[in-house]
Design a protein around this ligand. Structure first.
Ligand code: NAD
Ligand code: UDP
Length: 333
């Protein structure tokens, strides 16, 4: 293999054909790194990276992280894992295997080729938090036996593995605790709240609010998140977890209003039961990210919704007449 010039790296992105992974691959290529996108295409799509396939620095590899693999790389972003509750609950045993065996395989690879590795962890490690907003020191409030546990506990043991490989084998690890992130290339049917609400509003359907709609989430636009992931990967010596997200906190009812406003439609809602173990509140304390990475999100919800709505309008082929956005400044990605 030919050596790369000084600051160009060989980067592996597992889950690279998914929502976050495809944006990350794009950004890494723009910085002229060599990128291997590894994905089993469970919730990822070839179309998410089809525009990258002609780039000679890019390679798409269909592979499942629960099987070992040997690749010569400098950095590993481990994003492989379904992220929406519908998808991670579809085959919960596989979700646990993906987080645990996938993490062991990627850490084994990092150890063997001396690569730096970043794990895409999640705010779900805090469960239904009783401390608000959530700082990294908070240990969380997680049910071990509920329907969300396959994801939450899988991600918690993945963090444990990261710390143990670091302490025991000196693997150069980074842990990103990602809070709800949205943007173009989310799947229109994956059940997450932002994509659900936009698709419903664009189709003229009622917006489905689970529970009272008083529960809160904090929504980060994908470009802000990708910037944070790259900064975390490239900062020296940060092995403890770092929260990455937008501290702007919204009730789910507020989000419905924002989405309807962005789509230029009147809000029509339907109330459905709250799913089991659905966290009541969530907001990141990002003091650590601000201090260590010099990072804070730049894109408020209303701005980030514009390109996201435009993306879904294009996917759904909503006609111009029906889709009357309240603001036209869209950049289609
Ligand atoms: P996504 O479902 O779009 O992407 C996950 C990708 O992983 C998909 O391309 C999927 O095909 C792939 N994948 C799943 N299982 C795999 C396996 N066994 N082997 C290989 N590939 C596999 O979800 P996303 O929103 O892009 O999330 C990416 C990562 O970030 C996930 O690890 C998720 O847990 C984490 N995360 C995301 C959010 C968010 O709000 N988007 C929040 C917290 C954490
Ligand atoms: N939610 C909702 N309607 C939907 C989808 C989700 O009210 O159509 C709620 C869900 O109950 C939760 C919040 O929105 O309280 C965020 O859900 P999502 O699945 O996006 O993420 P997570 O619960 O994993 O943060």
């Amino acid at each position: 293999m030919t050596p790369l010039s000084h600051n160009k790296l060989r980067v592996l992105v597992t889950g690279g054909a998914g929502f976050l992974g495809s944006h990350l691959c794009e950004r890494l290529l723009a910085e002229e790194n060599d990128v291997i996108c590894l994905d089993n295409l469970f919730t990822g799509r070839r179309e998410n990276v089809s525009h990258l396939l002609d780039n000679r620095r890019f390679e798409l590899l269909r592979h499942d992280v629960i099987e070992p693999i040997l690749l010569e790389v400098d950095q590993i972003y481990n994003l492989a894992c379904p992220a929406s509750p519908i998808h991670y609950q579809y085959n919960p045993v596989k979700t646990v295997k993906t987080s645990v065996m996938g993490m062991i395989n990627m850490l084994g690879l990092a150890k063997r080729v001396r690569a730096r590795i970043l794990q895409a962890s999640t705010s779900e490690v805090y469960g239904n938090p009783q401390v608000h907003p959530q700082p990294e020191e908070y240990w969380g409030n997680v049910n071990t036996i509920g329907i969300r546990s396959c994801y939450d506990e899988g991600k918690r043991i993945a963090e444990t593995l990261m710390m143990d490989y670091h302490r025991q084998n000196n693997v150069d690890t980074r842990i990103a605790r990602i809070f709800n992130t949205y943007g173009p290339r989310m799947l229109e049917n994956d059940g997450r709240v932002v994509s659900n609400f936009i698709v419903q509003a664009l189709r003229g359907d009622e917006i489905t609010i689970y529970g009272t709609g008083e529960q809160t989430r904090s929504f980060c636009y994908v470009d802000d998140l990708v910037e944070a992931l790259i900064r975390l990967m490239n900062v020296e010596g940060v092995h403890d977890p770092v929260n990455l997200g937008n501290p702007g906190e919204f009730t789910i009812k507020d989000l419905a209003d924002e989405v309807a406003h962005g789509c230029g439609v009147a809000v029509r809602t339907r109330y459905l039961p709250l799913p089991e173990d659905d966290p009541q509140q969530r907001r990141p304390d990002i003091t650590r990210a601000e201090k260590l990475l010099g990072w804070s999100p730049k894109i408020p919800l209303r701005e980030g919704l514009k390109p996201t709505i435009a993306y879904f309008a294009k996917q759904l082929k909503v006609s111009k007449g029906k889709f009357a956005p309240s603001d036209q400044g869209f950049s289609l990605k």
